[in-house]
Write a protein that binds this ligand. Structure first.
Ligand code: SF4
Length: 194
């Protein structure tokens, strides 16, 4: 079976890409390389859910030690420009995963990030291809977004922890603000109804 390093952000996002790649004949080495996640307790919670699920389906996991300073350095100066910030974040995480691929003699790279409809798919694809090319890896670029609803359903059935924000401290704040804005809008609409 051909091996591929599958960068994975969390357990729920691992479900469908792992199955899909296995169905194609790959055996993924799951790499948890996510220094973007804040705070540490959240990082560990997502990791533990992922590790537990991977063990249940016989998938090997490598964790890249948590070093949030790498994310701070990679995104410095980009905090007010989310599109650029996310590109830098993906680049960092995929480059860390690519390093594991080199260490393990694996020559292909994929990511679970492409299951999320909340990421800019075209930009992510561009960044991932660049990282893979620079590392001398083949990019197994698969758009898993059509499987997102299945991932949500299965993660609920499995009772998996499902996070409410992408990962970094800024996304936590942005998600909280979006929820507050939505609630205020709904309250206003309700108040204005006859
Ligand atoms: S929003 Fe998500 S992808 Fe963007 S910088 Fe934060 S953690 Fe990374």
């Amino acid at each position: 079976m051909e091996r591929v390093v599958l960068h994975a952000c969390c357990g729920p996002c691992l479900l469908e890409p792992l199955d899909a790649l296995r169905a194609e004949g790959f055996e993924p080495l799951v790499v948890y390389a996510n220094p973007n996640i804040h705070p540490r307790a959240e990082y560990e919670r997502r990791r533990d859910v992922l590790v537990e699920y991977a063990a249940s389906v016989g998938a090997e996991v490598v964790e890249v030690p948590y070093a949030p300073v790498l994310w701070l350095e990679a995104t410095a100066g980009l905090w007010r420009t989310p599109a650029e910030r996310c590109r830098a974040c993906w680049r960092l995480r995929l480059a860390l995963a690519a390093r594991v691929a080199a260490e393990r003699g694996i020559d292909a790279l994929a990511t679970t990030l492409t299951v999320s409809p909340y990421q800019d798919a075209a930009a992510l694809d561009e960044v991932a291809r660049e990282v893979a090319e620079q590392a001398g890896l083949a990019y197994v670029g698969r758009d898993f977004r059509s499987r997102y609803q299945d991932a949500v359903r299965r993660s609920k059935e499995l009772g998996m922890y499902r996070q409410k924000y992408c990962g970094c401290m800024l996304s936590e704040w942005e998600a909280a603000k979006a929820r507050a804005d939505r609630d205020a809008r709904r309250a206003k609409e309700k108040g204005g109804a006859p």
